[in-house]
Unconditional design. Sequence first.
Length: 437
Amino acid sequence: MPAPNELKRTLTPIMLWGLGVGYVISGMYFGWNLGLKEGGTLGLAIATFFIIILYVTFTFSYTELACAIPKAGGGFDYANRALGIDWGFIAGMAQNIEFIFAPPAIAFAIGAYFNLFFPQIPVLAIAVFSYIVFTALNIYGVKAAALFELAITILAVGELLLFAGVSLPHFEWKNLRHNAFPNGWQGAFAATPFAIWFFLAIEGVANVAEEAINPRRAMFLGFGSAILTLVILCILTFASSVGVAGWEAIVYKPDGNTSDSPLPLALGHIVGSNHLLYHLLITIGLFGLVASFHGIILAAGRSSFEFGRVKFAPEFLGKIHPRFQTPSNALLVNMGIGIIALLTGRTDEIIIISVFGALTLYIVSMIALLRLRKKEPLLERPFKVPVYPLFPLTALCIGVFSFVVMTIYNKELALVYFLLLGICYACFKFFKIKPAK
């Protein structure tokens, strides 16, 4: 029997692949196309190119940390060990902000999708109901949650491949070249957060390392196959969507307003809005949203649980459900915060705050990796990042640059993020919470 505060090991590499791809895949279905409004095809492509480099180098680097220190806190545990409790708290709090504030935006999108089929049910009601259902599933058990995630992720990946198969025969290079760089380099910089949205939260795989069977082998296989899948899907989705009728066609709806549904807009130009394929895409596209929503809830629960387990937050967050052996308290608290954020209606701003948290985590984690190599050269590392130190340094440089660019273009939201992080850190120092040994 696991100890009262230990998680149960049930996850295989294929389940980890499903979680890794599932966390991210909603980014292929909505949100990224708004970067086209900022940078055009070329501007968003440039931003996405560098963000792909960031995520590939970061993922390999993060896998080394996850295999060497397979703990539920992910980046928090790595920074705490390498840089001390203050930086550990900052990394962990940034991770909490990322994972807790991303789901409300996705929940709202789920509500909007359902509302297309059931207009009599309010979007907000569907979003709140989704929170309750998927929090309950995560409390029931991680194996059931991971199997569900795997099933809907496979459906969502299959739908993206089907979309590419239908749209690529209609691809024309002239559509990629049309008005490709409307705002120059400034547009490429402004498109950065939307490029990040393609891959946001893949690092959540590390937060379930403690629940993996043979975590060292499983983390390498699950993490590596997930990032490869996502890079292929990103390139396919980007090219096939824009190539149908140009970038304006997947940014603006017929009424002139911007859309969060680029794939249905592109498909509408090929088969029309009454075709079976069109309705199939909308239906299965919902699975992509559900996969990310459910997966990030799972990762957020583990992140908050670890914060409570080491007493960096109220200790009850670090308690395990006596029957299901899952972090039920952390999941319920996260649900409450998420619903409050959802009620603000500021979903786009919540996404940007979540991205600030992600970039902070990436930056601190790469510094932690470099520090651990010097501080603990004898630490067992079943997997070592290739081309060291080039990979972690590359991820670190692109992460810092992206953070600076986002701050310049989102000054007010950056201030909100820094205030949130600063207030939490001040409380941490004021109450002088002693971490568990």
